[in-house]
Design a protein around this ligand. Structure first.
Ligand SMILES: Nc1nc2c(ncn2[C@@H]2O[C@H](COP(=O)(O)OP(=O)(O)OP(=O)(O)O)[C@@H](O)[C@H]2O)c(=O)[nH]1
Ligand SMILES: [Mg+2]
Length: 293
């Protein structure tokens, strides 16, 4: 049975439809660690507006890989830039690009009579939409925090120039999405606490695919064997349960949290030249009204 989308994601999709006629530019915000997998496949194109791809959290991704992704998107005729949404100077370049796109309409399209240009920021949950808007605005206009589902209300935020930005809740196209496990690793979808051990395994599998397993201290020494690595890691960190046994759940949680915060260095999980498709299971939409997303 197909599960319902959570209420605020449904509301976000409705708002996109509602505001689309008055929007001039769409900023498609993706995660630089999974540039293609965190896109809303086909959805943005169907909206028929000028759009810019911004690779958020590029401070957590491998710079060389980010450059390759930018080349790839440019090669597909897309305007693309990498940013750290938290950093005002990093988003300045994006602001310039938005202005240029907003004031040069697509061929055959009439520019709007109004002076102000309106921009919609669309992306998956927790990718940095509200943080980006705050950096562009130079003030804390939108609520931002490190968990999916923070933005619930929809608001226009005026920038000092001639731009207005719409902050929306994150959206996920559950029907097309086949990257649930990997999206849990970057905290787009909340992972269940009891699943951290298997999420840690997924992280290791994906790091091996990305040839980046060396970032995990002790992983190669453990013969690139996840179960051995986690036991060694728990021992090294002094994570013990009663009786002195290694606390492997705690170790797996620590590995995931450290990875998410960049504690193991800058890593791109999805490389331009790797096909990861068989690794990903479809994402089941959580129950409507769930507080988790
Ligand atoms: N390292 C890093 N962290 C970022 C970046 N952008 C946002 N964050 C962090 O990511 C978390 C989520 O940011 P939000 O701006 O709330 O994300 P959002 O897309 O608005 O999330 P929802 O409204 O829940 O969909 C916050 O802890 C931000 O500080 C970035 O470019 N780099
Ligand atoms: Mg938000």
């Amino acid at each position: 049975m197909k599960k319902e989308l959570p209420g605020h994601i449904k509301k976000a999709f409705k708002s996109i439809d509602h505001f689309l006629p008055v929007v001039d530019v769409i900023v498609e915000l993706v995660d630089a660690r999974i540039p293609d997998g965190s896109r809303l496949k086909g959805f943005i194109d169907r909206l028929g507006k000028s759009s810019v791809i911004a690779l958020a959290k590029s401070d957590l991704a491998d710079a060389g890989e980010t450059a390759k992704w930018i080349n790839r998107f440019n090669g597909e005729g897309r305007t693309c830039v990498s940013i750290d949404c938290r950093d005002r100077s990093s988003v300045k370049n994006l602001a310039k690009i938005i202005m240029a796109v907003a004031f040069s309409p697509k061929p055959g399209q009439k520019p709007p009579a109004r002076k102000v240009r309106r921009v919609m920021v669309i992306g998956i949950p927790n990718v940095g939409k509200s943080t980006l808007i705050n950096s562009l605005a130079g003030r804390s206009a939108a609520r931002a925090a490190n968990m999916p589902g923070v933005t619930r209300s929809i608001q226009w935020i005026k920038l000092s120039g001639e731009l207005e930005l719409l902050d929306l809740p994150g959206v996920l196209d559950y029907g097309n999405l086949r990257r649930g496990d990997i999206l849990r690793l970057i905290n787009t979808i909340p992972g269940k606490d009891e699943d951290t051990y298997s999420q840690g395994r997924t992280l290791c599998d994906i790091l091996i695919r990305a040839s980046s397993q060396r970032i995990l201290p002790g992983f190669i020494e453990a013969g690139s064997n996840y179960d051995r690595f986690i036991i060694d890691y728990a021992r090294r960190m002094n994570f013990c349960i009663k009786g002195g046994e290694p606390d492997i759940e705690r170790a797996a949680t620590d590995v995931i949290k450290r990875f998410q915060s960049g504690g193991f260095g800058k890593v791109t999980l999805e490389r331009v030249d790797n096909d990861f498709s068989e690794l990903f299971a479809p994402v089941a939409a959580p129950e409507s009204g769930s507080n988790n997303l």
